[in-house]
Design a protein around this ligand. Structure first.
Ligand SMILES: [Zn+2]
Ligand SMILES: [Zn+2]
Length: 197
């Protein structure tokens, strides 16, 4: 596991919503030198969170999930590759949710067998039951309250220290989401892609 610094986590948060950031923007936004910016870029690449491009950094390609539907089966919003939550049904079919928020609240539906959630750090799909979730942090990528998945509990804890929110196991996250009212936030990347109408 690569431990990201607070600034690198913030950079990853920015990258998650913008997809791509130039070295110049990193220098300007965080007030750091070119050497520090390139160290941060290197750290995110090593963590599997991003890939280097000529002028900076872009979000790592998502897990290979064939999209059968274009919309979240829970809220009807557009799906995004880096936050996708896959619900495996007992009949062998699969449903895709826009993010952990919608995915988790759908788990008590009849016929659900298992689920995979996208790890916040590198976008890889992990067993939803074994992941740790951060609810209500300052990093908002999809539905509210923000629900982020971490394959590694220590990373979740570290993230939560910097960005707030509360830590949950899958079961306690589901309980928490069921009791709080929630809405889907209009996401910057969906707006910029023109998917969200
Ligand atoms: Zn949804
Ligand atoms: Zn969502």
């Amino acid at each position: 596991m690569v431990r990201l610094t607070d600034r690198q986590m913030k950079l990853l948060g920015m990258l998650q919503s913008r997809q791509r950031i130039s070295t110049e923007e990193i220098k300007a936004h965080f007030g750091v030198s070119a050497a520090t910016a390139s160290r941060d870029i290197h750290a995110l690449v090593m963590a599997g969170a991003a890939v280097k491009v000529s002028q900076g950094l872009k979000l790592a390609p998502p897990a290979e999930v064939p999209f059968h539907e274009k919309k979240c089966f829970v809220c009807g919003g557009a799906l995004h590759e880096r936050t996708i939550f896959v619900v495996q049904m007992q009949d062998g079919s699969r449903r895709n949710a826009c993010c952990c928020h919608c995915g988790l609240i759908s788990l008590d539906r009849a016929g659900v067998q298992s689920a995979l959630a996208s790890d916040f750090i590198d976008g890889k799909l992990v067993d939803a039951r074994q992941a740790t979730y951060v609810l209500g942090s300052n990093v908002r990528l999809c539905c509210e309250p923000s629900t982020l998945c971490f394959a590694n509990e220590e990373e979740a804890r570290y993230f939560q220290k910097g960005f707030g929110g509360s830590l949950h196991t899958m079961t306690s996250a589901v309980k928490q989401l069921k009791t709080s009212s929630s809405t889907r936030k209009e996401k910057p990347y969906h707006q910029s892609r023109g998917i969200l109408t």
